[in-house]
Design a binder for this molecule. Structure first.
Ligand code: CP
Length: 302
């Protein structure tokens, strides 16, 4: 197989997406299959992460691969002024696959162009987070029994939330309906509205969290992305805009599940965790199976 990277969710066809979900389900039933024992994976993280980095490292380990990398670029030669290009060229001489998170939009695409091995985008600024999207899709299918004709209400930071941007593009294969719940300051950027218009995908917008709560299958909550704001005053204005608690769930559909890419702040109260609608911790667990499938696929093994 020619070198293939995963930078945007649009790099995968619908068939490839469904293949990844099928393989991930196999891994959920059989968590350790060490057929990548001759491979080395680099996890290089220029931005903080808990789930993405640890689930990628665990996924690689469960497949028998060895893992190198860093979680703080301050301890690398980037601190001495080395460029991203040189760093990627060096790392790609050492390993078979690179997983990279970086704050700059477009950095992952650039890395894939200079690397001699596949690159997986583990988040590039406010742009894309395609592996989160694949685990979101896996979780939607797991909870709803299908991907087609799902109603998804995306809530919170729709401007800077890269998981929102990747997920709505991926769902375009499956005839979704969307509601977008956000304050004016954090509404979905125009390019994503244009995308949905071009695909004929219906969507409604509101600033009121209660408005569409009772008519949704998936409530996709997101954190307000403090690190993307250039003006701290603007962040202060919106940081507590939504807070979902258990008492607000009395009229929701029985099948409704709450997803969140995590980490959460105050947008989901802890009393929601004990309701049958809370699925975000299982969603994070699913990330490991899905990332096993992605690594295997890009290394030509599944
Ligand atoms: N969902 C997600 O990307 O979490 P981390 O930032 O902890 O990796």
């Amino acid at each position: 197989m020619a070198k293939k990277s995963l930078i945007s969710i649009q790099d995968f066809t619908k068939e490839e997406i469904l293949h990844i979900l099928d393989v991930a389900e196999e891994f959920e039933h059989n968590k350790s299959q060490t057929f990548l024992s001759d491979k080395v994976v680099a996890c290089i993280f220029f931005e903080p992460s808990t789930r993405t980095r640890l689930s990628f490292e665990t996924a690689a380990n469960r497949l028998g691969a060895r893992v190198i990398g860093f979680s703080d670029a301050a301890n690398t030669s980037i601190r001495k002024g080395e460029s991203l290009k040189d760093t990627i060229k060096m790392v790609s001489n050492y390993v078979d696959l690179i997983v990279m998170r970086h704050p700059l939009e477009g950095s992952a695409r650039y890395a894939s162009e200079v690397a001699s091995v596949p690159v997986i985008n583990a988040g590039d600024g406010a742009n894309q987070h395609p592996t989160q999207t694949l685990l979101d899709l896996y979780t939607i299918k797991q909870t709803q029994g299908r991907l087609d004709h799902i109603n998804i209400n995306m809530v919170g930071d729709l401007k800077y939330g890269r998981t929102v941007h990747s997920l709505l593009q991926a769902m375009s294969h499956f005839s979704p309906e969307f509601e977008f719940t956000a304050p004016d300051e954090l509404k979905l950027p125009q390019e994503y509205r244009d995308f949905m218009d071009s695909k004929g995908i219906p969507y409604k917008e509101t600033a009121d969290l209660r408005e569409y709560l009772d008519s949704t299958d998936i409530l996709y909550m997101t954190r307000i992305q403090q690190e993307r704001f250039t003006d701290p005053v603007e962040y202060e204005k919106v940081k507590n805009v939504y807070s979902l608690n258990a008492s607000m769930l009395s009229g929701v559909r029985p099948n409704m599940k709450i997803l969140h890419p995590l980490p959460r702040l105050q947008e989901i109260a802890v009393d929601v965790d004990d309701t049958p609608h809370a699925w975000y911790f299982k969603q994070a667990e699913n990330g490991m199976y899905v990332r096993m499938a992605i690594i295997s696929y890009l290394l030509g093994k599944r």
